[in-house]
Design a binder for this molecule. Sequence first.
Ligand code: ATP
Length: 227
Amino acid sequence: MIEFKDVSKSYKNGKLALFNINLKIDKGEFVFLVGSSGAGKSTFIKALLKEEDVTSGTIKVSGKDICKIPKRKIPKYRRSIGIVFQDFRLLPNKTVYENVAFAMEIIGQSNKNIRRRVPFVLGMVGLSEKAKSYPSELSGGEQQRVSIARAIVNNPSIIIADEPTGNLDPQTANEIMNIITDINRRGTTIIMATHASDLVDRMKKRVIALKKGIVIKDEERGSYDYE
Ligand SMILES: Nc1ncnc2c1ncn2[C@@H]1O[C@H](COP(=O)(O)OP(=O)(O)OP(=O)(O)O)[C@@H](O)[C@H]1O
């Protein structure tokens, strides 16, 4: 499903952020991406989203070399991936329902589909009762649930979660992990960058550790430690 082949990335200032990355992530896998600050996690994610071009090597997603996607088709490619951020990034003037519906509107889904699908995903993340609330009326955990609903509403085959529990207390973080695990069980590939060592150790999923842009560990049922 995802394949990095000899991928390196140096930024314009000469900083080498990824070096010779070779890895495959299968459909339906759950992968933690770990490493200290500056190790290259964000660059890895940006390369996958085509927000940054790599300097050399190829990245294939669902059999397609994403380096070759023409500019005008990049938005369509990005929409095949759901993204969850640490800081939620909800639209403050839209309700919970409208935030999720908006993700369907921008890809031209019919009102009929939207009316059917949005309540379903809000149910999946346990937010049916909050459909009419605004983000400012929600707890951090609830806001993250909305952002997860928005990420999955168009049925992406991959979800990228960049430190999704970073702003949440431990119990709320656990609830969010349960939701992400549930989405993974339904067949969605999950790539989650995190510093939450306790979560990584408990989940016993594949762990890819980066250090100075190099993969220093790639373990099935792995643990957080990477030194
Ligand atoms: N736009 C940029 N221009 C130049 N250098 C950059 C740029 N973005 C990142 N870097 C550098 O590339 C390296 C990898 O950064 P990256 O943001 O990928 O790390 P990270 O593992 O995501 O860190 P964090 O956990 O703090 O988010 C760092 O040395 C960083 O300073």
